[in-house]
Ligand binder design. Sequence first.
Ligand code: FE
Length: 192
Amino acid sequence: MANEKLLNAVASLSRLAERQGLDEPQILEQAGRIVAGLVERDDWLPEEMAQPHPQYYRQYLLYGDPLDRFSLVSFVWGPGQQTPVHDHTVWGVIGMLRGAEVDQAYRITPAGAQPEGQAKRLEPGQVAFVSPAIGDIHRVSNAYDDRVSISIHLYGGNIGRIRRSVYDAQTGQRKEFVSGYSNAATPNLWAA
Ligand code: FE
């Protein structure tokens, strides 16, 4: 059953969300393991949640915790697509499933948005983290300009509904946004 993996991951995430007294590094460690397990093999993502758009990157909701404690998203890059510089305001785990992406951290200064450190390339099976505590502002791009890449994102809240910010890459000027989700229907995890 193709979605057994997704269902198991969602069950593990729900158990993790139930646990009291974990600090963020502990949550990220556990959540990172669950996401790493999901991207270990590219054999479970429903085809409908792997479709690129010719113009925009897509964010398909795979599962949203009913209590908004976490959300799991399939992030689909068309060739050459990239995000604006943006933040999340909650912790996030990014696991590379297919293709590759490039992650550039940014710092917003009075002089504008400044790239911070080297860009990191994420290959299939690898996991990366964001959060206000460890660095929350970045720009992510498909590493390929001739093929689709897909990463699986887990956030510590309902990311499609959270008010957050994009920043002008030159001036650093902030604009509020809510990302929403690209799909009308989520995967059926309970099909026989
Ligand atoms: Fe991001």
